[in-house]
Design a protein around this ligand. Structure first.
Ligand code: DUC
Ligand code: ZN
Ligand code: ZN
Length: 484
């Protein structure tokens, strides 16, 4: 066998195993894993001293997204460069169907945004905002294009929110077309009322964003979403789960044998409601939905990761600058006098792998769990497995190498994302992302973003319950509701 690249002495970590071997790459695909591969004529990368893990897969990002009168600061260029620098080699971004628009239009718009700009591989989910009965069949064509997942919002009344009948319609269709619905679970009706009351009482500061979206607001919606999934006999993926009570609802659903899957994000594991009380207007940097939760809530999330109730850690990367961006009217400061006008969202795409590896170093999760929630499960759930999500022969050579002995300090001064703050500013994590490969091509070399970055490809994902073995969709043995 001849190779284009051989990674020598790799301390390989997958979701199930750790072993030392050489990795041979041919045509961007892992072609052999063995003890002493012959590297004659191949480029050689010596991984001695590094931990070698599958490239991260972030299944929840919002790049180049118009939202709340602003547009996110990161587009597919800066967002994927940030992702690459942080060891993420594939993402699934949310395309949006605007109200009144055909579903296909939302997808077409997102292809235009990403094509030629992304430096890592990517897929899309589709956010549905308007689903009368007459539009439901349009979902089938979207699934057939390799976009088998849809997101509907139970919050953001008057903008993104869907009522229960639309959610139910979407879920029922997925039982026929091989798609899956994911839900943003917050009760948009109570949020609207509580926000109005808070403002009428003169409560305008960022902390009120969280006070008007309490834990029960998320728990109620999560319970309702699970009930809708049960009635429609459809799988459900709960995005950005934060509240312990919502986690309990997922746990109950799983125990009852329902195909319910859930994700959390690093911000809900590492940050808390106290960040809203930072001096001045700084709390606005943490205004996102659902909001950060009171200290102590995160313990339930770590437990949920470890016992499998939570299957994935994604970022919900949705970056808005803090200051007004020159020449635009976009920035968190839009809500200086009214918290409800602060664009919701925070950056994180670059820091997810570092923060979760830090959890390994601190003993909060195992190295196997790290790979499971950052790469393997995202790939299995979202139809990428067989191509992405582990280090094995036949898979894309998407590989991240971490120096576990070199701490790294997170800062907006050094990050690659196009945003003027970092929610984790000054935090030192246990490892440094040293080398990152996308289909064998360098994204990060010796800790620095490569000067000649590869072109990211749109990945046609397999339907729910299928994988991309040999790059062709087949029924999966990899996905089980207890396993992920
Ligand atoms: N939450 C956010 O904070 N921003 C984008 C959308 C979302 O669900
Ligand atoms: Zn959401
Ligand atoms: Zn989101």
């Amino acid at each position: 066998m001849t190779f284009d690249l051989v990674i020598k002495n790799a301390d390989i970590q997958t979701a199930s195993d750790r072993f030392t071997a050489d990795i041979g790459v041919t045509g961007g695909i892992i072609s052999e894993i063995g003890q002493t591969l012959d590297a004659k004529g191949a480029k050689v990368l010596d991984a001695t001293g590094l931990r070698v893990v599958p490239g991260g897969i972030d299944v929840h990002t919002h790049l180049d997204m118009p939202f709340m009168g602003a547009v996110t600061a990161d587009d597919f260029k800066t967002g994927t460069e940030g992702a690459a620098a942080g060891g993420t080699t594939c993402l699934v971004d949310f395309a949006i169907q605007a109200p009144g628009e055909a579903l296909q239009t939302g997808v077409d718009n997102w292809h235009k945004k990403a094509d030629g700009k992304a430096v890592i591989d990517y897929g899309f989910h589709l956010i549905i905002t308007d689903l009368p009965e007459s539009r439901v069949p349009e979902m089938d064509a979207i699934v057939e294009q390799g976009i088998p997942s849809f997101k509907l919002f139970m919050a953001y009344k008057g903008a993104l929110m869907s009522e229960d009948d639309a959610i139910f319609r979407a879920m029922r269709r997925t039982t026929h077309n091989g798609g899956m619905v994911s839900l943003h679970c917050e009760n948009g009706h109570t949020v609207e009322l509580m926000v109005k009351e808070a403002l009428a009482d003169g409560n305008t500061t960022p902390e009120w964003h969280a006070l008007t979206r309490p834990l029960a607001c998320e728990a109620e919606a999560t319970n309702r979403g699970i009930a809708l999934a049960e009635m429609s006999k459809a799988p459900l993926y709960v995005v950005h789960l934060t509240a312990a009570e919502a986690l309990e609802a997922v746990r109950r659903g799983k125990r009852a044998g329902l195909p319910i899957l859930a994700e959390t994000c690093p911000q809900y594991l590492y940050l808390s409601h106290e960040d809203y009380r930072r001096p001045g207007f700084e709390g606005a940097k943490f205004v996102m939905s659902p909001p950060l939760r009171p200290k102590g809530n995160e313990k339930a999330l770590w437990k949920g990761l470890n016992d499998g109730t939570l299957s994935t850690v994604a970022t919900d990367h949705c970056s808005f600058c803090y200051e007004l961006r020159p020449g635009t009217k976009m920035g968190k400061v839009l809500g200086k006098d009214d918290f409800s006008k602060i664009p919701n969202g925070a950056p994180g795409i670059e820091n997810r792998m570092q923060l979760m590896w830090d959890a390994v170093a601190k003993g909060l999760i195992s190295a196997e769990k790290f790979v499971e929630v950052t790469a393997a499960n995202p790939a299995k759930i979202f139809g990428l497995y067989g191509k992405k999500g582990t280090i094995a022969v036949g898979f894309d050579a998407d590989i991240t190498m971490i120096d576990p002995n070199k701490p790294y300090t997170i800062s907006a001064k050094t990050h690659h994302m196009n945003v003027d703050y970092n929610p984790y500013e000054g935090r030192t994590v246990a490892g440094t992302i040293k080398e990152v490969l996308l289909r064998g091509q360098p994204l990060v070399e010796n800790g620095t973003l490569s000067s000649s970055l590869p072109k990211g490809q749109f990945i046609k994902r397999a339907k729910y319950g299928e994988t991309l073995w040999g790059q062709t969709p087949v029924k999966s043995s990899a996905l089980s509701f207890t396993g992920v």
